[in-house]
Design a protein around this ligand. Structure first.
Ligand SMILES: Nc1nc2c(c(=O)[nH]1)N[C@H]1C(S)=C(S)[C@@H](COP(=O)(O)O)O[C@H]1N2
Ligand SMILES: [Mo]
Length: 393
């Protein structure tokens, strides 16, 4: 997709912003980060896993309609955040390339930059709604965010490195490293890494980001440089990127064969395949489970919806747990990779009791959120409809 006018305009003012915080420049750990991420919900303390709280987040938006403007983005770290000394930082591009590269942050920043608003959703977002409970961090609906990322297109870097004929995939390797103790454990300490098909790596929406929301990338979001893979679940957006390896075979590392893999039944027998694109999802954020609403009251309900590589097609609202569905209004106009805010008017029933409010998103290709959970997805890609229960008083 070509860059929209808004994307290109946004890139301009950033050039003047110093993209390396003074403390980071001196190789120091950043100043108090609790201050940088106010209000996030701690899901695990170390490694750091912090969720964005959604209460009251429904409609707060930037002038252009971007939801949750100013809300800190969730943090999902598998290992301790690596300390990266900027002076020594190099991004190596190697493997099936004619010109192996070793790029500094400055080298990257001298290349033409883009700024893009992209949905980033963890593949385990909404896991707390799985029954029976599934392994992994128990995220609510807040392991998702909508930020404007500034950086260098991965495709431009690959062009400079001159990818050789026969290349199939691009493996992105992070600086962080550790032993995975889950079952099955990793074979000793391993780096976090993930691959993309060459075609996705070259797409406009795949960015090597060094800025977020007109500021330098925060250390917990992958500074100095991270990948942001628009339309794919978050595990593809490798942080603290230090190596890019072009290969001629599909990469079959831990993070896409054991972790972040789901059952596929299209072949002779079920096999695990890597999690890739974000599936459509709408969430209700103006009312939460247990909220009380006065009988007969008119209520404006709303929330956010997104649909990965595709635009949101429509969002429907159900006042009866999914038995009947009605339309909602969307703003701004849906575009691929971007979220929309949906709204609907609902009148609480005259009778007291519990009602189940549901919402579902259909993407521009007609794919809808399923009513039931598909167990083949293991503990990932959670987008079945989960009603919110409110009490009419
Ligand atoms: N190097 C590295 N990259 C990583 C991870 C990680 O643990 N290490 N976590 C991934 C996952 S699972 C997600 S959902 C996103 C989260 O990005 P954020 O922490 O900036 O929100 O980063 C991805 N990139
Ligand atoms: Mo994730």
């Amino acid at each position: 997709m070509p860059l929209s006018r808004r994307d290109v305009l946004r890139a301009a003012p950033l050039a003047a912003v110093p993209l390396v915080a003074p403390a980071a420049r001196a190789g120091q750990p950043p100043a108090d980060e609790a201050v940088r991420f106010p209000g996030l919900i701690v899901r695990s303390h170390e490694p750091r896993n912090w969720e964005t709280p959604l209460t009251g987040a429904a409609t707060g938006g930037a002038a252009d309609g971007t939801p949750w403007a100013g809300r800190p983005l969730y943090v999902r770290n598998h290992f301790a955040r690596p300390g990266i000394d900027l002076k020594g930082y190099r991004l190596r591009v190697e493997g099936l390339v004619e010109n192996p590269l070793e790029l500094t942050l400055d080298d990257l920043r001298k290349m033409p930059a883009v700024s893009r608003l992209l949905t980033l959703e963890c593949a385990g977002n909404s896991r707390v709604f799985l029954t029976p409970p599934a392994r992994g961090l128990q995220w609510g609906n807040g392991a998702v965010g909508f930020k404007t990322w500034t950086g260098t297109p991965l495709g431009a870097v690959l062009e400079r490195a001159k990818v050789k004929a026969g290349a199939a995939e691009v493996v992105l390797v992070g600086a962080d490293r550790g032993q995975v103790t889950a079952d099955p454990p990793s074979p000793g300490p391993i780096h976090f890494n993930r691959s993309l098909p060459l075609a996705k790596a070259k797409k406009d929406e795949t960015v090597l980001a060094w800025g977020m929301e007109d500021a330098p990338l925060a250390p917990d979001h992958g500074a100095p440089v991270r990948a942001v893979v628009g339309g794919w679940y978050g595990m593809a957006s490798v942080k603290w990127l230090t190596r890019i390896v072009v290969t001629d075979k599909p990469h079959d590392g831990y993070w896409q064969t054991i972790d972040y893999a789901v059952w596929d039944r299209t072949g002779v027998s079920p096999r695990l395949v890597p999690v890739t694109t974000i599936h459509p999802k709408a969430i209700l954020t103006t009312l939460t489970d247990g909220a009380e609403v006065r009988a007969g009251k008119k209520v404006r309900v709303g929330g956010v919806a997104w649909a990965g590589e595709d635009a949101v097609g429509k969002v429907e609202f159900s006042p009866d747990g999914g038995a009947t569905w009605g339309p909602t209004t969307l703003a701004p106009n849906p575009e691929p990779f971007r979220p929309v805010v949906w709204r609907a008017d609902w009148t609480a029933p005259a009778a007291r009791g519990v009602v189940r409010l549901a919402v579902r998103c259909t993407d521009a290709k007609g794919r809808t959120q399923p009513p039931e959970r598909d167990p083949d997805r293991r503990s990932y890609m959670i987008n079945h409809v989960v009603p919110v229960e409110v009490t009419v008083v």
